[in-house]
Design a protein around this ligand. Sequence first.
Ligand code: FRU
Length: 564
Amino acid sequence: MKLTTLATLFAFSMTSLTATAQIATPQHLSDAHTMVRVNASQRFLLLPVEEKEENAHVDIVCNNQVVKGFNLRLAVDKVDYLVPLDLSKFDKNLLLDITFHGDRHKTGSVKDFSCWKEMKLSSTFDTTNRERFRPAYHHTPAWGWMNDPNGMFYKDGVWHLYYQFNPYGSQWENMTWGHSTSTDLVHWQMQDEAIAPDALGSIFSGSAVVDKQNTAGFGKDAIIAMYTSAGQHQTQSIAYSTDNGKTFTKYAGNPVITYAAPDFRDPKVIWHEGVQKWIVVLAVGQEVQFYSSKNLKDWTYESSFGKEYGNHDGVWECPDLLKMDNNKWVLLLNINPGGPFGGSATQYFTGKFDGHKFVCDSKPSMTKWMDYGKDHYATVTFSNAPDGRLVALAWMSNWQYANQVPTKQFRSANSVPRDLKLFEDAGETYLASVPSPEMLKVRGKQLKKPSSTCEIVIDMKGSSSIELKNAKGEKVVMKYDESARTFKMDRKESGDCSFSEQFAAETVAPTLGSIRQLRIFIDKCSVEAFDSEGKMVMTNLVFPSEPYNQLKVKGGKAKIYEIK
Ligand code: FRU
């Protein structure tokens, strides 16, 4: 995300008009319970977080009613960062009812916790970038935790990206749909959060469609989001927006689909021309289920797919169903763990879907991976993309270490956008991921050396080796073996690997043909290598202590471009 856009999220200038005020004296009622009365004289209440602490629970009470509840790691010893509670959404007078868990409160020192000194009212929340690993041309939230992309759709020249978001800390918690928009798929503007937790649960992953024919009765061209309500059970709910995805109203009849299974989530809705119905595909344990509907509210079970097909070493999550050329279909399925190099990855199945049943055209034992890096997960496509395009974004991380990567103000980015199409190799159909054409538009001038944000384009002359290195000797080594038809990327000495034993790795991909040109996108903490025809893709995070500024290529001719 371009950082110049972040500050515009809040109306006030960061420097001149910032005003802060102390909160009223907190009332410590026991070693686990504090009440804080807040007079919302300013827009934000800044809440101090210490990541190593356990979660406290905060209920916001207005007029004797709990109007919101969330968890956050309130600071005990030191403040790692502040998160904003936007008070404009509540009554002027509110009470924070805070319950502490964990061990520290038992020492009876709640009143000495560092959070009380730094909990302040403020007219602004400072989103100025404080992270050297914040990508420049990949989407990130201005603050807080992000995982899966959700509800992506295109309408009236704007790409909408929602995402699993924790507004109150940079670790997974309080799942809410955050929202960002873009007109070029590369530069994003963070918007207000779109869908917040409610009595049915927190808001897990899902999708959104443009209801062009008003099938649901919420209005022509209303945006209908379908998501998992993660409460005592995982159930499916809908919400609609009549202001182009800015704000959503939850449907009063939620949940709209229930099923007695512990893992039942991540609805992806598509319109099926053949049967003239909406189809939703849902991940259920290690299978998917398909349901159909005329109005997005009443759903009929159609069929299941997945038993004995593909990889089953983890839970299936975040499916997507794509109609390709020649009436071929692709079922995308993210799996965690079970990825080819441990943890999270995206597998897919090719075949046919007639509006009722998915029939796979490969042997059940065949597993096809969409990307052979360690950091490509929860991949789904935009709904209603122009010109029939299939544009996908992945979450560029892995559940093995996503909560520990060395950033604080925010955690996680999305991949560069990829346009999807099919190709054949040795009688099998595969999915190609090509960097979206928008990535060519942001190509800038040619550079002599790699920088922390650049694209390297290599015309390959057969087998080759590529080394990216910095003055500290930290390096990423890539090797293409034309006869073995493999591409490898080694990040074992790429920089900081200390935060997780599962981070240091070499990843290997089959190239499914030869690579004539390689495109490598580098952005502060990521390396995405594409066969420019899309037959091989590898996405890996890296955390070098300084940017890689040396490039050695054997067996190819490289050009380096800045990214605008
Ligand atoms: C995948 C996932 C989804 C779920 C969401 C919760 O990363 O586990 O299955 O809806 O994350 O944040």
